[in-house]
Ligand binder design. Structure first.
Ligand SMILES: N=c1c2ncn([C@@H]3O[C@H](COP(=O)(O)OP(=O)(O)OP(=O)(O)O)[C@@H](O)[C@H]3O)c2ncn1[C@@H]1O[C@H](COP(=O)(O)O)[C@@H](O)[C@H]1O
Length: 107
């Protein structure tokens, strides 16, 4: 799989935290709380993105989207997946209008 600078490096660190000490690593601490805690964090961060999107502060929105992307990467790692796979899916969709894709669905 093609590596994407920054994204691949952070994903490597997240993966490595599965065996790390929860006292010295935020990611290890989050993993130690179990799968539901990781998913709950994604939900919380998504809500914070919605709230930041309402207050006309670009820096705040960037900060919260970074939190959401980061915690989504933790959720992917938990499922044994990589962010490069998500980027490949976006690449696969590139150039296909969402309206065309929706109209082509069977149900
Ligand atoms: N990108 C991030 C990153 N973004 C956000 N966060 C943390 O995510 C947490 C979310 O903040 P919140 O205020 O929403 O929640 P909180 O109250 O602090 O935490 P909870 O107890 O509610 O879970 C904060 O502790 C942030 O510091 C991150 N922690 C780590 N990383 C990356 O992950 C790497 C590994 O981190 P460690 O495992 O801590 O070494 C780091 O080197 C970074 O590259």
């Amino acid at each position: 799989m093609e590596r994407i600078p920054i994204i691949s490096e952070i994903a490597d660190v997240i993966d490595s935290r599965k065996d790390a000490d929860p006292h010295t690593s935020y990611v290890a601490k989050l993993f130690s709380k179990g799968p539901d805690a990781v998913l709950k964090k994604v939900g919380e961060e998504a809500t914070e993105v919605v709230m930041a999107g309402k207050d006309n502060d670009p820096d705040h929105l960037i900060y919260e989207v970074a939190d959401l992307w980061f915690h989504s990467m933790v959720a992917l790692s938990q499922a044994g997946l990589r962010p490069e796979q998500v980027l490949m899916e976006l690449q696969r969709r590139e150039g296909t209008s969402g309206l065309v894709e929706k109209a082509s669905r069977k149900d």
